[in-house]
Design a protein around this ligand. Structure first.
Ligand code: G6P
Length: 372
């Protein structure tokens, strides 16, 4: 009913708006007085975590994209090699696992069969399993050695939004926790990142307050045959997530690419007027990365693309290459997916609605897939 949806037309829109609170709730109480990250149920000792020499993140769908982002943060902060794998592929390729392997499984529902089977396979090989989950007491956290719950609250819309952002937060916390236990990061450094995370709800509220132009753009593009998404570094999984949302909800052809790969094939897809959504990192800090994607934007534009650029407020360098410019609040590069994903969620929901689709219950999809 309309009341359940809190006055919104769709649960998805309500859940998009709930994201600032969901992030705040997921952060609440995570930093102890001594500056350590508190997990929920830890049946792993600090020594177990110090012994970890390899990490696999395993998940499906949107949760997999959060894992892709996590890899950048976890490797950067902990210096532990980290791979990300689709749960449906993981056990069938006979991965190399042992006692010193940490498996991080990410699942909103905690019931996804592919993820559960990957977890069981990992446990049979004696690997340690840490779950990130939004559903208390569900099967995946029950069978894991440790759990960090995302406190996103129930997510009703099939397309995941607030669960995704809170999964990112949980991944950042795990990265910081591991770095701290292993003596790489210290309380003040951890505290500094947590403080940046704590600024995210405010930044998201600000962004959501001026999201209307994204809706207008969505309505304008609703009849396009295809939409492409490009990004680099953590912007690459964001591009994949933006494309997935559009496929799920609008039933449109959409694809995400690592911007540097364009020249190795996908650039052939660009035709006069092809919409390309470009996820641009902050020019501050990792300037090289920023410059590289600006030249990718020029490349697609030179071939006729209509560029929709998502960039950090105050980024002047992109203005002349952007047919449409969407500014997001300033954010350190590793944390940027928390803001850059949001316009893509709104974009997909609005196109779906404009095309007359059920935004909450897309055809052929289920919220939780309990078959392999
Ligand atoms: C289904 C849903 C997706 C979700 C995926 C993983 O396919 O439609 O939105 O990302 O499952 O779900 P999980 O509950 O494990 O995060």
């Amino acid at each position: 009913s309309a009341a359940e949806k809190g006055g919104y037309d769709w649960f998805m829109l309500k859940e998009i708006e709930e994201q600032p609170q969901a992030i705040a709730d997921t952060l609440l109480g995570r930093l102890t007085e001594t500056g350590e990250i508190a997990l929920d149920e830890v049946r792993l000792s600090d020594q177990d975590l110090r012994d970890v020499d390899k990490i696999f993140i395993v998940a499906c769908g949107t949760a997999y994209h959060s894992g892709m982002v996590a890899k950048y943060a976890i490797e950067h902060w902990t210096r532990i090699p980290c791979e990300v794998e689709l749960a449906s592929e993981f056990r069938y390729r006979d991965p190399v696992l042992d006692r010193s392997t940490l498996i991080v499984v990410i699942s909103q529902s905690g019931e996804t069969m592919d993820t559960l089977m990957a977890l069981r396979h990992a446990k049979e090989q004696k690997a340690r399993v840490l779950a990130i989950c939004n559903t208390n007491g569900s099967t995946i956290p029950r069978e894991s050695d440790a759990v960090l719950y995302t406190h996103g609250g129930p997510e009703i819309a099939v397309a995941s939004t607030k669960a995704f952002l809170t999964q990112l937060v949980a991944c950042y916390l795990i990265g910081l926790h591991l770095a701290q236990v292993r003596g790489i990061k210290f309380a003040d450094e951890v505290g500094a990142v947590v403080a940046q995370l704590q600024e995210m709800p405010g930044k998201l509220r600000e962004l959501l307050g001026r999201i209307e132009p994204v809706r207008e753009l969505a309505r304008e593009l609703k009849s396009e045959p295809t939409v492409l998404f490009i990004g680099r570094h953590v912007g690459y999984p964001v591009a994949l997530e933006g494309a997935l949302k559009l496929k799920e909800l609008a039933y449109m052809h959409a694809e995400g690419f690592a911007a540097g790969e364009l020249k190795h094939g996908p650039i052939a897809l660009i035709d006069q007027g092809t919409p390309v959504i470009c996820v641009v990192p902050s020019p501050v800090g990792r300037g090289m990365l920023h410059d590289k994607i600006v030249s990718n934007i020029q490349e697609v534009r030179a071939r006729g693309a209509r560029t929709i650029v998502i960039a950090e407020e105050g980024d002047e360098a992109v203005v002349r290459y952007a047919d449409h410019l969407i500014y997001v609040p300033r954010t350190p590069t590793l944390l940027a997916p928390l803001v850059t994903t949001v316009p893509l969620q709104v974009f997909a929901a609005e196109i779906a609605a404009a095309r007359g689709h059920d935004v909450d219950q897309p055809r052929n999809l289920a919220k939780s897939v309990t078959v392999e």
